[in-house]
Design a protein around this ligand. Structure first.
Ligand SMILES: NC(=O)c1ccc[n+]([C@@H]2O[C@H](COP(=O)([O-])OP(=O)(O)OC[C@H]3O[C@@H](n4cnc5c(N)ncnc54)[C@H](O)[C@@H]3O)[C@@H](O)[C@H]2O)c1
Length: 337
């Protein structure tokens, strides 16, 4: 059965991933609703006010907000969450209320509203530390942090609710990189590029750890494509999604060479001993290629050069210090309840 999706609700659609995804969906002709607290960039969709976009400033924890937001919706792309370990750890109760309790609500309201398709943004950190060279979807999940643990539980909730008329799919995304109108400078490639461009120095802890990354244009292409894949190809499935797995040192060298060649200034790479976070993993994205034909089209070098273009165009305001670019700093400041 081909899907017949016209209206899509993107929870957390004003976030880093969402603010690249939403314009893409509009361009493809979908009607889009964004439900978001707009914690980081309130005016990110200012240029889309006369389009097929409906913005709902609200909380996914609120039942009334959810049922109103879901009226007339055919598919949900669920991105809203406290989206990294340090922000989650600031206030674990808050994190659980959004990443877990509200996930249950979003799924159950979506079922009630007869939504046809539900796409969940999970993470490749659900695997924890693994000895295996190549991490495939069938390996046991051993999440190391609460953020990852609740992503595992989120997948379980969704898969339990899946039904032939409610297509459920989860994407275990690698760390995303590249330019977004709601920028995050707390993600590996983005951090290194920011430091190289703004300070001329980057610090690498350890360096031999492999970290999977994916270009923001690729992950958003994927979420968008998932709206049109036949249900039987994706229903009740989880897929890893990552591009080539580089070591942190390799990423640093790519950043250094891109920044040096476009700025003419030299960038120093400072090597330090690995800190506590020694995670090294290599995710396999073979399954999604074999089953859905999805292969990332861009490399992290492209993400770095897009960021450099944005720096040159003056798109960032005080990229090293502005709290809005760092989730944990914003969460500390706004004290969300
Ligand atoms: N960025 C990555 O590297 C990455 C990697 C793997 C998975 N993911 C997942 O992708 C999704 C999007 O990530 P992102 O980088 O865009 O994060 P983000 O923090 O930029 O976006 C999350 C959005 O959710 C909103 N939000 C938070 N709590 C809310 C609530 N209670 N009600 C309504 N809105 C709320 C925030 O305002 C924000 O706009 C997340 O689920 C994240 O876990 C991201």
């Amino acid at each position: 059965m081909m899907s017949n999706i016209q209206t899509v609700l993107v929870t957390g659609g004003a976030g880093y991933v969402g603010s690249v995804l939403v314009p893409k969906l509009l361009k493809k002709g979908y009607r889009v609703k964004v439900l978001d607290l707009y914690l980081y960039e309130p005016n990110v969709f200012a240029g889309y006010r006369n389009s097929n976009l409906e913005e709902i400033h609200g909380d996914i924890r609120n039942d009334n907000t959810l049922s109103e937001a879901l009226l007339g919706v055919d598919a949900v792309i669920h991105l809203a969450c406290i989206s990294n370990d340090p922000s989650f750890e600031l206030n674990p109760e808050l994190g659980k209320s959004i990443n877990y309790d509200a996930m249950i609500k979003v799924v159950s309201h979506a079922r009630q509203a007869e939504v046809k398709r539900f796409i969940f943004a999970s993470t490749s950190s659900v695997y924890g530390l693994k000895q295996e060279e190549n991490i495939t979807e069938d390996l046991p999940l051993e999440p190391l942090t609460d953020y990852s643990k609740f992503k595992v539980l989120g997948e379980e909730i969704l898969m339990k609710e899946g039904a032939p008329y409610f297509t459920a799919v989860a994407i275990r995304s690698a760390t995303v990189c590249g330019y977004s109108p709601r920028m995050r400078f707390d993600l590996t490639v983005n951090i290194l590029t920011n430091h190289a461009w703004s300070k001329g120095i980057i610090t690498v802890f350890g360096g031999e750890q492999k970290r999977p990354n994916i270009h923001i244009e690729d992950i958003t292409d994927l979420y968008s494509d998932l709206l049109s894949h036949p249900s039987e190809k994706i229903h009740s499935k989880v897929f890893n999604a990552g591009a080539r797995n580089y070591t942190v040192s390799e990423i640093a060298n790519i950043v250094k060479s891109e920044v040096e060649s476009s700025s003419g200034n030299s960038v120093k790479v400072n090597h330090q001993e690995a800190g506590d976070d020694k995670r090294s993993y290599h995710i396999s994205s073979e399954k999604i290629f074999k089953e859905l034909g999805f292969k990332p089209k861009r490399d992290i070098r492209g993400a770095v050069s897009d960021l450099i273009e944005a720096f040159k165009a003056g798109k960032f305001e005080d990229s090293l210090n502005n709290t809005k670019y760092f989730n944990v700093k914003t969460m500390q400041e706004i004290k969300l309840k």
